[in-house]
Design a protein around this ligand. Structure first.
Ligand SMILES: Nc1nc2c(ncn2[C@@H]2O[C@H](COP(=O)(O)OP(=O)(O)OP(=O)(O)O)[C@@H](O)[C@H]2O)c(=O)[nH]1
Ligand SMILES: [Mg+2]
Length: 419
């Protein structure tokens, strides 16, 4: 289909300008898909996996098994008060394709007595990666093509091989994450469940997810080259996986296996476990779909929510389109108005405070003054009293003096008479 632009005409409906034309010969734009592939290969790919599962459920072993390498992870502590997340990024290369792989593991998941808040750290992690991407998108000078995309493309949820069903924490966590990430539940350490129990266990898990309306990632069935395989794989979820870092020799070939006194589990043997199915679906068939769904569905939802929170809308109350600039201008004037109102409020509060303080000072001045007056009065009264007692004392002294003289005179008269 070729679009012919007519510069002189005024803009008209796009559909009326598009005509189908035959090419006279080979032009060359049929190489576009190849150009796209070359460009992508040159840039390399990023893929991020979030592994959620209890301590020692086999997360690291499964990652080593999936990517056929040793990521060198160490066992996590199991006595943490909260769930934590630890992410590591690796550069891998297969043929000429470079993959920047980030594996984020939960630490201490399911170890707390109260597990009600276990999902929070996970939701925060996923949202923080979306937020970082959104902030990069909103920058004036963006580096989306080159900046590392940390958004979670696949979330492997490791279910304990109890043989019974899901735990409450599994349902709560998956429900919180379903609109944020592509959840792929896997039954961990599936070699611990018998073949007969496994079918019932898988069915119970899917029934519980269904009953609680938890949406997990469905392998896409719209591409006819893979629709049949993906459809049949969707019916076999959750995959029962076994991981191992050990190898045994089978028919002259080294294969990954777990050895037991009664025999061995061959990881890549489809009659032993679903590991191959998981690797096929996660890496070989649907890796690009997982990246696309993350960008087009989960990130889009996050972006919508965040922009709405920031006050942006596409149409106004009259269903008329609202431009970004218009929203920005109105937000700016709202912001300025609210700033002014806040400034006025602060000013009023300051004036009121000053008045209040002045009144308080006046009151305390009055109080001090009256206290001073009272003290002065008391002092004068005290002084008068003291003056009075002094006067009385002096009178008493004089009286005493007078009597003493009298006594002395009396004594003289008496001695003269005796003579
Ligand atoms: N039976 C069985 N054991 C397994 C399987 N996968 C791993 N293990 C064993 O389980 C133990 C813990 O495995 P890890 O892979 O370290 O588990 P993890 O979930 O990464 O552990 P943390 O990171 O410490 O939480 C090791 O002894 C593994 O050999 C499995 O599929 N089946
Ligand atoms: Mg680990």
């Amino acid at each position: 289909m070729v679009q012919i632009a007519n510069e002189k005409q005024k803009p008209v409906e796009a559909s009326s300008k598009i005509r189908q034309l035959q090419l006279g010969g080979h032009v060359g734009f049929d190489t576009l898909p190849d150009q796209l592939v070359n460009k992508s290969v040159q840039n390399g790919f990023a893929f991020n996996i979030l592994c959620i599962g209890e301590t020692a459920i086999g997360k690291s072993t499964l990652m080593d098994t999936l990517f056929n390498t040793n990521f060198g992870s160490t066992p996590s502590p199991h006595n943490l008060p909260n769930v934590k997340l630890m992410a590591h990024t690796y550069e891998l290369q297969e043929s000429n394709v470079r993959l920047k792989l980030t594996i984020c593991d939960t630490i201490g998941y399911g170890d707390q007595v109260n597990k009600a808040d276990s999902y929070k750290a996970l939701v925060d992690y996923v949202d923080s990666k979306f937020e970082a991407y959104l902030q990069e998108e909103l920058k004036i000078q963006r580096s989306i093509g080159t900046a590392h995309d940390g958004r979670v493309h696949a979330c492997l949820y490791f279910i304990c091989p109890t043989g019974h069903g899901l735990k409450a924490v599994d349902l709560v966590c998956m429900k919180q994450l379903e609109s944020r990430v592509n959840i792929i539940p896997v039954i961990a350490k599936a070699d611990t469940i018998s073949k007969a129990e496994l079918a019932g266990f898988k069915k119970r898990i899917m029934d519980e997810l269904h009953r609680n309306k938890v949406n997990i990632y469905q392998f896409p069935t719209d591409d006819e080259t893979v629709s049949e395989t993906n459809e049949s794989m969707n019916e076999q979820l959750p995959f029962a996986v076994v991981g191992s870092t050990d190898f045994v020799k089978v028919a002259g070939k080294q294969v990954r296996a777990r050895q037991y006194p009664w025999g061995s589990v061959h990881i890549e043997n489809e009659t032993h476990c679903d590991f191959v199915k998981l690797r096929e679906m996660l890496i070989r068939t649907n890796m690009e779909d997982l990246r696309e769904v993350t960008h087009q569905r989960h990130y889009e939802l996050f972006r919508q929510r965040r922009l709405q929170e920031m006050g942006f809308v596409d149409v106004d109350s009259n269903n008329q389109p609202v431009s970004f600039q218009k929203t920005f201008e109105s937000k700016r004037s709202d912001h300025l108005a609210s700033l002014q109102a806040k400034e006025e409020e602060v000013r009023q509060m300051f004036v009121q405070r000053v008045k209040q303080k002045e009144n308080e000072l006046k009151d305390s001045e009055k109080e001090l003054h009256s206290k001073f007056e009272r003290l002065k009065r008391e002092h004068l009264e005290e002084k008068a009293k003291l003056e009075e007692s002094r006067r009385l004392l002096e009178e008493e002294c004089q009286e005493l003096q007078r009597r003493r003289l009298q006594v002395a005179n009396g004594n003289q008269t008496l001695s003269r008479k005796k003579k």
